[in-house]
Design a protein around this ligand. Structure first.
Ligand code: ATP
Ligand code: MG
Length: 206
């Protein structure tokens, strides 16, 4: 890993908060984009994806693809959202058999749970999001790291999206949050969010 890697740390206090982050980051997605989700069992990967899918205009109920491996959803953006879970796949050839790059080429973006297992079968560009448990019951920390030029070029938008998600009023519906560009302040330091949810930027930490 190079020293100029930037990781954003985004804290959430409940599932709605994690869905809001998913929604804001989901708005950055276009065809060919990949998000890799990491974190322990039950950390919130599917919860994140539900918020992301809703923000992309997916009307179907998003459920865990643990057994079917890949689900495909029509978005209102004119491209397809692939939601994969490679937890059960132990061999790299099983992941290669999913043909994710070929599916991405077919006007799709992808969110892949346990995605670090899939990196050898994917291209060099992805947004890595690892969900860590916090101290309190509903607390999570999302470590967001752009990998590859395609995502590193969007670092500012990623930070703004994360800040927009955590700055929302508690009563606001995530789907009605402002687009990332509407927040010129970009990423707030974690201390700017007295409620606990917030964004912090690490440089060269990983
Ligand atoms: N801040 C939070 N963010 C996300 N989920 C939370 C949070 N607080 C509590 N939860 C709960 O944690 C659980 C997360 O489940 P979810 O299926 O999203 O995890 P997962 O990482 O996809 O699990 P798996 O590894 O089995 O696929 C849900 O029951 C959710 O309500
Ligand atoms: Mg899951």
């Amino acid at each position: 890993m190079t020293d100029d890697t930037v990781a954003l740390r985004v804290r959430t206090n409940d599932p709605a908060g994690t869905q809001a982050v998913g929604g804001q980051l989901g708005r950055l997605l276009g065809p060919g984009d990949v998000i890799l989700l990491g974190g322990d069992l039950g950390a919130g990967k599917t919860t994140f994806t539900k918020g992301l899918a809703r923000a992309l205009g997916v009307h179907e109920v998003v459920t865990s693809p643990t057994f079917v491996l890949v689900r495909s959803y029509r978005t209102s953006r004119g491209f397809t959202l692939l939601h994969a879970d490679v937890y059960r796949l132990e061999q790299l050839h099983e992941i290669i058999d999913l043909a994710l790059p070929e599916q991405l080429d077919d006007n799709a973006c992808a969110v892949i749970e346990w995605g670090d297992r899939a990196t050898p079968a994917l291209g060099p560009d992805y947004l890595s999001i690892t969900i860590e448990y916090g101290v309190g019951e509903g607390e999570r920390e999302l470590v967001v790291r752009p990998v590859g030029p395609r995502w590193v070029a969007r670092t500012t938008e990623i930070a703004a999206a994360a800040a927009a998600a955590t700055a929302r009023p508690a009563t606001a519906h995530p789907a009605t949050a402002h687009p990332a560009g509407a927040h010129p302040a970009g990423a707030h330091p974690a201390g700017a969010h007295p409620a606990g949810a917030g964004v912090q930027q690490d440089t060269g930490a990983r």
